[in-house]
Design a protein around this ligand. Sequence first.
Ligand code: ATP
Length: 220
Amino acid sequence: MNKDYAVIGLGRFGGSIVRELIELEMDVLAVDIDENRVNEYVDIATQAVIGDTTEETVLKDLGLGNFDNVIVAIGDNIQSSILTTLLLKDLGVKQVSVKAQNDYHARVLEKIGADYVIHPERDMGRRIAHKLASSSVLDYLELSDEHSIVEIMAQEKLADNSLLDLDIRAEYGVSVIAIKRGDDIIVSPDPTVNIKEDDILIVIGNDDDLTRFEKSLINN
Ligand code: ATP
């Protein structure tokens, strides 16, 4: 069996990662300390096993050191999450992605070598807030602490202007990297071609600049 991914902690977050990876035809080893949780995933994951991942022997017995990708989705028990992450990095797992419960937890995880720290509630809150604040914003994806990508509906406000006319980069310091037009995606769009009302602009930039750009679309 080619176990591509291991997911530790089968709450709502870990569980949904297992389901999506399986949907994407990946092999997934699902691990939880709680037998009931494991039973829920016996028919879903490639393999589901009971185990306390704060014990090094358990990780070794499960062969977790051979995985390239392990997701630690233990949220509430911060101590277990940290210990598990530390042990996985010690065992040589290349990419350890960990769900953080709060900013302190995140900082510790980064210090001990977690490769990708996820803040599901915070990030989803941000995405939803941006969508709610402006009818033009379709999605908001954080790239780093300071940079994001926003999907913006052109609507009347931007339609019938070219990127050159709008001069978005000079005005707001953000760049339109692609335009979704129906089923097509126009990468690096020609700045002289007019934008259409139904176009979706994929805009990348610093968060402050993106916020200024979003605000300019709200009230006018
Ligand atoms: P979610 O917010 O994703 O729904 P949850 O609140 O249900 O999660 P958490 O406490 O965040 O639960 O933990 C997620 C899962 O991690 C639980 O199913 C729990 O049994 C499991 N878990 C906790 N500690 C360990 C451990 N040491 N080893 C393996 N699994 C663990």
